[in-house]
Design a protein around this ligand. Structure first.
Ligand code: B4P
Length: 191
């Protein structure tokens, strides 16, 4: 199995690069952001609860996303591996993920951290907000999402660095440039 976490601040290009990883390595994509947005669109109870956090740029509670992952691992076992996009986002989620994977006799092989400065992140998200209509791509919410990233999510990098899995990737440049940096790292692990 090849299990990859794609990690980075909002707007760092996780969704974009995930798609390229799926195309090349045939991994199963798990994006907690996409799952939560689909729950909101379908007006489920879970979606209504999640929207209260997401619309303010906050993380939804750990137990909610951990439960989602737990269900997915049971009902959608991957053949080749998973690409985890936007999960984990807290240390608690990271530890829960390790435990869920070890019960399946597998583990995280690579953690790709897309490094992009705040100026570019903000520009990308504002630009997307103008066309996507995403409730959380407004200047005020973007500010809050970036703060949440630095306070709650970035510390996870240390957790994965200690496990020896972390690769920092320069997230600036064209989508192709960035993907070729990613391929070099993934191909080293994909034997
Ligand atoms: P996500 O959907 O994961 O959103 P995100 O981190 O803000 O990243 P996003 O997918 O938007 O951006 P990407 O880096 O792909 O989460 C949304 C919300 O859901 C969270 O704020 C939180 O409330 C909740 N949530 C999700 N998972 C959670 C969890 N595990 N725990 C708790 N809460 C959770 O950037 C894409 C943008 O950059 C695009 O516009 C793209 O066109 C552009 N781009 C990409 N590459 C580029 C390049 N090379 N040059 C220029 N632009 C580029």
């Amino acid at each position: 199995m090849l299990n990859i976490i794609i990690f980075g601040a909002p707007g760092s290009g996780k969704g974009t690069q995930s798609q390229k990883l799926i195309d090349k390595y045939h991994l199963m994509h798990i994006s907690t952001g996409d799952i939560l947005r689909s729950e909101i669109e379908n007006r489920t109870e879970l979606g209504k609860h999640a929207a209260k956090f997401m619309n303010r740029g906050k993380l939804v509670p750990d137990e909610m996303v951990i439960d989602i992952l737990h269900e997915l691992f049971i009902h959608k076992p991957a053949k080749v591996g998973y690409i985890l996009d936007g999960f984990p986002r807290t240390l608690e989620q990271g530890k829960a993920l390790d435990s869920m994977l070890s019960k399946r006799n597998t583990k995280i092989n690579v953690v790709l951290s897309l490094e992009v400065d705040n100026k570019h992140l903000t520009e990308r998200l504002i630009k997307r907000g103008e066309v996507s209509g995403r409730n959380d791509d407004t200047p005020e919410t973007i500010k809050s999402r970036l703060q949440v990233y630095y306070n709650q999510t970035a510390p996870l990098k240390e957790y994965y660095a200690q496990q020896g899995n972390l690769s920092n990737i320069n997230g600036l440049g064209t989508i192709e440039d960035i993907f070729s940096r990613i391929e070099k790292v993934v191909d080293k692990h994909n034997y």
